[in-house]
Write a protein that binds this ligand. Structure first.
Ligand SMILES: O=C(O)C1=C[C@@H](OP(=O)(O)O)[C@@H](O)[C@H](O)C1
Ligand SMILES: C=C(OP(=O)(O)O)C(=O)O
Length: 489
């Protein structure tokens, strides 16, 4: 029996709460991946602990990294994770020729050693085989194929049914262009539900029999910025580095590519952008590093929007003064919807962000809101005036087709909305409660939670899907309301 829908709590009065959100998904999964490519063990402090980061850790372990969870990093109270690099990349060819061990089976294999120099030996008698579950995580399915290619092993990727329709083609073609064998289909049958039946979606198998032989690729990343990030993150460990050029319509969510470049530079990788839409990563070792993950500013969104939607004040400590996260845009988006945003000095690098609800109003148009869109759409669906969402066509390839999902769910609750060429328009606000469907999409579930603060009797299907990036969402949301009611006593 499917679990009961989650009754979204209705706020009876203006909010007054201080919230803390877990670490950033995008930063956590970048640091975890880079730790596996580094010269020695690395420590990631305050990592996100959610389905997407667990899938990343499990995949790196499958490829041979070890992972140690630390409950309290050096008495700071912060959790951390220590990762050892992939053995197939750290063994020197001289040392390990013919004796590299298979991390999965404990069997010997001669392949990994040669791969350290980017040239795998010809196929060993029994090539190592690995299997990676991507779940529904874009950062796993788009970032790890290039890592898999570095190991020289045969690595099969698959994921949730909804993951099998997410675009993958440009990453797989880029790997093919660099000399890597990529085969599609795996064990899925054309008759399977959601099986697209080609070699450009999950499931697929990556096998770099002769290593990565190229050093330049051109790809169309208009369907996802993750295609670019996925190649750049691994590029320093490719034999000659990588020059990557985007050719096509605009790159969505360029902020995430900036984040990739900033993170690479932070851990000592030489990365530049010699021309517009071109990035160059120099080959080289990645020194061991210790980093701290910022709070997830996208996941802060529903909590901050709660104040804008119902009134009162929600504050969030530890807001980074400078961040590459797209969620930094809340400081402009929330005032555009009528809320007041105040920054209070905290430390050299952080402020306390206070959001005070004013009178909710639409800015008319919001552009390129990328992964923030479902949360912004909840505010838009509570405004009397229409809101146009532009430059978000690529949301059709997110956890679900978010354009179709948002339009459908807004209409289901009595609002008016329509799809447009590059996004959608919310024409009239929701008028009544009902069941909000999640489509296995964490941000559709939190979209329903924001609406439920204001509208009676909203229920959210499959609230558990918020575990993708925020396993404690229901508790954190309840805490938002409990501390607010305590403040009113
Ligand atoms: O690199 C990343 O960490 C992400 C990039 C973006 O992907 P798209 O460019 O596909 O939107 C974003 O939506 C996703 O949530 C995370
Ligand atoms: C698009 C998202 O996720 P993913 O990393 O799976 O692409 C998201 O979190 O909104």
């Amino acid at each position: 029996m499917p679990p009961q829908p989650w009754p979204a709590p209705r706020a009876g009065a203006p909010l007054r709460a201080e919230v803390t959100v877990p670490g950033s998904k995008s930063l956590t999964n970048r640091y975890l991946l880079l730790a596996a490519l580094a010269e020695g063990p690395c420590v990631v402090i305050n990592p996100l602990q959610s389905r997407d980061s667990q899938l990343m850790l499990a995949a790196l372990q499958e490829l041979g990294s070890t992972v140690e969870h630390i409950a309290d990093w050096e008495g700071t109270g912060a959790p951390a994770v220590r990762i050892t690099p992939l053995p197939s990349l750290t063994q020197s060819p001289e040392h390990s020729a013919g004796q590299a061990s298979d991390p999965a089976s404990g069997q010997d294999s001669g392949q990994a050693s040669d791969q350290a120099s980017g040239h795998a030996s010809s196929e060993a008698a029994s090539p190592r085989e690995h299997s990676i579950d991507c779940g529904l995580a874009g950062t796993v399915m788009r970032f790890l194929p290039a890592v898999a290619a570095l190991t020289g092993a045969r690595v099969r990727f698959d994921g949730d049914p909804a993951a099998r329709v997410r675009p993958m083609g440009p990453v797989l073609q880029a790997l093919r262009d660099l000399g890597v064998e990529v085969s599609g289909a795996g064990t899925a049958q054309p008759g399977d539900v959601d099986y697209p039946g080609d070699a450009d979606h999950l499931p697929f198998t990556v096998h770099a029999r002769t290593g990565i032989t190229g050093d330049a690729v051109t790809m169309d990343a208009s369907a996802s910025s993750q295609f670019i990030s996925g190649m750049l993150l691994t590029a320093a460990r490719m034999p000659r580095g990588l020059t990557l050029r985007h050719a096509g319509a605009s790159v969505p969510s360029l902020e995430h590519v900036e984040m990739t470049c900033k993170v690479l530079a932070e851990v000592g990788v030489e990365v530049s952008s010699p021309a517009q839409h071109t990035w160059k990563v120099e080959p080289g070792a990645i020194p061991s590093f210790t980093v701290r993950v910022e709070p997830d500013l996208s996941n802060a969104g529903p909590f901050l929007c709660a104040a804008a939607a119902i009134g009162g004040e929600v504050s969030l400590r530890g807001w980074p003064k400078h961040s590459t996260q797209i969620g930094r845009r809340w400081t402009e988006l929330l005032p555009a919807f009528g809320a007041e945003v105040l920054e209070e000095a905290e430390t050299d690098s952080t402020v306390t962000l206070r959001v005070r609800g004013g009178s909710l109003r639409s800015p008319g148009t919001v552009d390129g809101t990328a992964e923030l869109t479902p949360t912004v759409a909840a505010l838009a669906a509570l405004c009397e005036e229409p809101t146009r969402f532009t430059s978000v066509a690529h949301l059709r390839g997110h956890e679900t087709d978010r354009i179709a999902a948002l339009v459908t769910e807004i209409r289901r609750l009595g609002g008016q909305a329509e799809e447009t060429e590059d996004g959608f328009t919310v024409l009239a606000p929701v008028t009544h409660g009902g069941l909000v469907r999640s489509y296995a999409d964490h941000r559709m579930a939190t979209f329903g939670a924001v609406l439920g603060l204001v509208i009676d009797s909203v229920e959210v299907e499959d609230i558990a899907c918020t575990a993708k990036t925020m396993p404690d969402f229901p508790q954190l949301w309840a805490g938002l309301l409990e501390s607010s009611s305590a403040a009113h006593i």
